[in-house]
Write a protein that binds this ligand. Sequence first.
Ligand SMILES: [Mn+2]
Length: 293
Amino acid sequence: MPPHDPSQFFGIPSSGREQADVLILPVPVEKTVCYGKGAGGGPRAIIEASVQVDTFDEETLVEFATAPRLHVLPPVGSDGSLQDCLGRIQEQVRPLRDKFILALGGEHSVTYGLVLGQVDDPADVTIVQLDAHPDMADELNGLYWSHGTVMRRLWERGCRLLQIGIRSLTKAEYEVTTSSPRVATFYAHQLHERWADMLTALRNLTGKVYLTIDVDGLDPSIIPSTGTPQPNGLSWRQLMDVLRVLMSESRCQLLAADVVEFVPSPVPPGCDPAAVRIVTKTLAWWWLGRTTR
Ligand SMILES: [Mn+2]
């Protein structure tokens, strides 16, 4: 096998940063993960496994060998404290606002730096969050900055949240999300009944939107390899519905997206390609929406 070129996704030679339609930003930051560790290795594993995945998508008819043109940026450094990393992420993202960024985590905390790098006023943004956990704790294990507090911190800065697939939380998190008019939560146990309402909420989004996909939002039968897996997650079909409606049917301005909390694992086989497919489906639906609206 030829040596791995870190600027390539799918093994397709990069068009170069200037010509690219999408910048893929590896963010291998893992500082506060408390159970299954390894999310720091996620970006590299996803990029390496992308070589094994077909470049054509039969659902959207996107052929990545043609468009969108992808370029993988150098990874954000993970030295220092989590707060240092979040500052570094913001600085690196800020000059790239003219491009669509898809970031690869890393633990979920990185979303804070990614969102703040995209906008001057966080109150302008709605975050669509696929996740098993609301990440709305005021602190977790004594930590103010943590993958379990990241959405709380963004919400405190003024962001609106649309959470999908939540099924593991504390009573305090339940109370803060329920009492806030800026948070809409679609719990996993309600998804069957409220699916149409949820899609309507996505379709009606306007203004700036940021998409964060914590892979534990999906059912562990799809991605068992994540720090804190929980049963009863979203199906693959449900993920496709969310992506299609958000990107092709709503009038919102999608700024950027991330896929976080993936822990690479050789067991069971197929985990890494499944994570690649979450990334490529996100990009395929985004490109379809961008080119057909
Ligand atoms: Mn999360």
